[in-house]
Design a protein around this ligand. Structure first.
Ligand code: FAD
Ligand code: EPU
Length: 317
């Protein structure tokens, strides 16, 4: 449900009609996106580093995608034709995270720092996010989490940039479920309000240990986390392991020896290698496995429109 529309500042309004105008704070570069993903794969695109709403107005004047920390992305070797928007440090409010139980944080705030700081401040609710290398916006878009909980559990409200305007919505409007959200088409999460609770440092430390223990079997090398979603009542990693696929390799991409649901980049993997490996794994597992990653410029492995951050402008081009 839409809670409210946030009035844009006059500065932002001034630029709504001036799409060709690029504000001074926007940094635009054409780069191989591999550099910005944890898997280390992906070809070129125009990367727009934005610092303000005015920047967002300019950046969204043509077809775009939005990137968080790049930890759940498989991007084609040919890159993507759309602009790729990254929220810069002015959307990172790590420094504003104090002892309050309810607070707004920018979408570029790194999740690992939030988990650490919450524990220091005696705030509970984020322990389940330990070890997830996301920023807040990406964590909400994927409803990231572990068996111990997910980001949706502590969300109070979300601010979205949609069609050139800011809106505040209740989390229910995003229909969050296991590794899934339904953002309005083209929506960019700019901020989120979290609701945490006070607890003793001992109780928090105990929960963090449990989450950490559950991650012990995961590889520490380049990956994008689990490649497949878990099928109902089972684990994709267990199925891949039981099929004898650990160590199975295509070019520079390999099924991790440590955890069957991680595909690791041995150093020189291409998107082509990774795609090939995904297809081979699926062929060898009887249960249909949905790919967890957001795939950019690549066939839709799940045959559904999961790339919900594509611009509404795309239809018009
Ligand atoms: P990206 O990968 O950059 O983007 C993911 C999606 O979110 C894209 O569709 C993108 O368009 C969209 N998006 C990003 N920012 C915004 C925004 N501001 N507004 C709108 N849409 C946006 N995931 C888990 O759930 N649990 C785990 O335990 C876990 N462990 C991991 C461990 C490792 C070592 C790695 C590499 C990954 C792991 N992941 C895990 C996967 C990943 O960290 C999560 O899916 C995370 O939520 C992705 O966030 P991100 O900021 O990196 O987003
Ligand atoms: N297993 C195997 N072999 C393997 C991997 C797992 O037999 O190679 C077995 C384990 O022994 C265990 C079961 O499968 O009995 C489940 O394994 P695990 O506890 O590692 O959990 P998972 O289901 O593989 C999920 C999430 C992870 C999250 C962990 C910890 C998914 C797809 N994966 O993994 O999330 O970190 O639980 O909570 O939901 C991610 O989403 O990217 C991710 C890493």
């Amino acid at each position: 449900m839409l809670v409210s529309k946030v009035e844009a500042t006059s500065e932002v309004k001034a630029n709504v009609t001036s799409n060709s105008h690029t504000p001074k704070t926007v940094k635009v570069e054409t780069v191989a996106l591999a550099k910005y993903t944890t898997l280390g794969v992906g070809g070129p695109a125009e990367l727009w580093h934005v610092e303000s709403l005015e920047d967002l107005q300019a950046a969204t004047s043509e077809a775009y995608r939005v990137m968080g920390a790049g930890s759940n992305l498989l991007i084609d070797d040919a890159g993507v034709p759309e602009r790729v928007i990254r929220l810069g440090k002015s959307f990172n409010s790590s420094h504003e995270f104090d002892g309050r139980t309810e607070l707004w944080l920018g979408a570029a705030t790194p999740v690992p720092g939030l988990v650490r700081r919450a524990a220091e401040l005696g705030l509970t609710g984020l322990e389940c996010m330990l070890g997830i290398p996301a920023v807040l916006g990406g964590a909400i878009a994927m409803n990231a989490g572990t068996r111990h909980g997910e980001i949706g559990d502590v969300l109070e409200a979300v601010e979205l940039f949609v069609n050139g305007e800011l809106q505040i919505v209740e989390p229910e409007a995003l229909k969050l479920r296991y590794r899934h959200s339904e953002l309005p088409k083209g929506a960019i999460i700019t901020r989120a309000k979290l609701k945490l609770k006070k607890d003793s440092p001992e109780a928090i430390a105990e929960r963090l240990e449990a989450v950490d223990a559950a991650r012990k079997g995961q590889p520490k090398v380049k990956s994008a986390g689990c490649a497949f979603k878990n099928p109902e009542g089972d684990s994709a990693g267990r199925l891949i392991d039981a099929a004898g696929l650990k160590g199975y390799r295509v070019g520079g991409a390999m099924v991790s020896i440590e955890h069957g649901n991680f595909i690791v980049n041995l150093g020189d993997a291409t998107a082509e290698d990774v795609k090939h490996l995904l297809r081979e794994i699926r062929k060898k597992i009887e249960i249909p496995l949905d790919v967890e990653w957001e795939c950019w410029g690549i066939e839709d492995f799940n045959n559904s429109s999961q790339n919900n951050a594509l611009s509404q402008l795309e239809d018009d081009l």
